[in-house]
Design a protein around this ligand. Sequence first.
Ligand SMILES: Nc1ncnc2c1ncn2[C@@H]1O[C@H](COP(=O)(O)OP(=O)(O)O)[C@@H](O)[C@H]1O
Ligand SMILES: [Mg+2]
Length: 257
Amino acid sequence: MIELRHVTKIYPNATKGLNDINLTIQEGEFVAIVGLSGAGKSTLLRSINRLHDISEGEIIINGHSITKAKGQKLRLIRRNIGMIFQSFNLVKRSSVIRNVLAGRVGYHSTLRTLTGRFPKLDIELAFEALSRVNIAEKAYSRADELSGGQQQRVAIARVLAQEAKIILADEPVASLDPLTTKQVMDDLKKINLELGITTIVNLHFIDLARTYATRIIGLRAGEVVFDGPVSEATDERFAEIYGRPLGQDELLDEAVV
Ligand SMILES: Nc1ncnc2c1ncn2[C@@H]1O[C@H](COP(=O)(O)OP(=O)(O)O)[C@@H](O)[C@H]1O
Ligand SMILES: [Mg+2]
């Protein structure tokens, strides 16, 4: 479903974000990408939906090259890919339901979107999505009145309303407390299992990756240094690869950056 062929990403300042990545991810997989800060996790996710253009290689989504796609074709490929960010990326002053409906804009003309009037079917889809993450009762609250965990669930509902076939989540729980982290990860896992949505999640913490993923990919300096099932992703193996267990100081590093 997602194939990366010899993908290299060099930033304008000559930093190599990714170096010759080759990966195939099958439909329905739940993949965790792990690695220290600066390993290339965000660059990888952003390359998959072409928030970043890659420098070399090609990325194929469901048989279509997103690398070469332009215009309408690019829009159609992207419509199938939902993105979830650490910072939720909601329109704070808008209602929850409006934020979820934003997932539908790829299906309508710009004009229709500007008027803010969505078809009944879209509104039904949006409520269904909110119910799936258990916050339908917040539909008419302002997004910024919700807790962090609730806001992240709105972001998940938005990609559900988008009817995305692939979810890319970049450190979705990095700003949440442990209880909320569990709720959000449980939601991601649930929709992966119930709807078969292929899910790729960047995570700092190896134990979270082991709890939720079926496959773990370790990055270091833009290269794949581990790719295997959870059973092989032992503490010993990771200490060997990274020189120390993953997920102890990384959040601190991020905060300092
Ligand atoms: N916009 C950018 N311009 C230049 N270098 C960047 C940019 N974004 C990321 N990098 C660099 O690319 C490498 C990978 O970064 P990133 O993908 O953000 O890592 P991670 O998400 O694993 O912390 C790092 O060396 C980082 O400094
Ligand atoms: Mg990152």
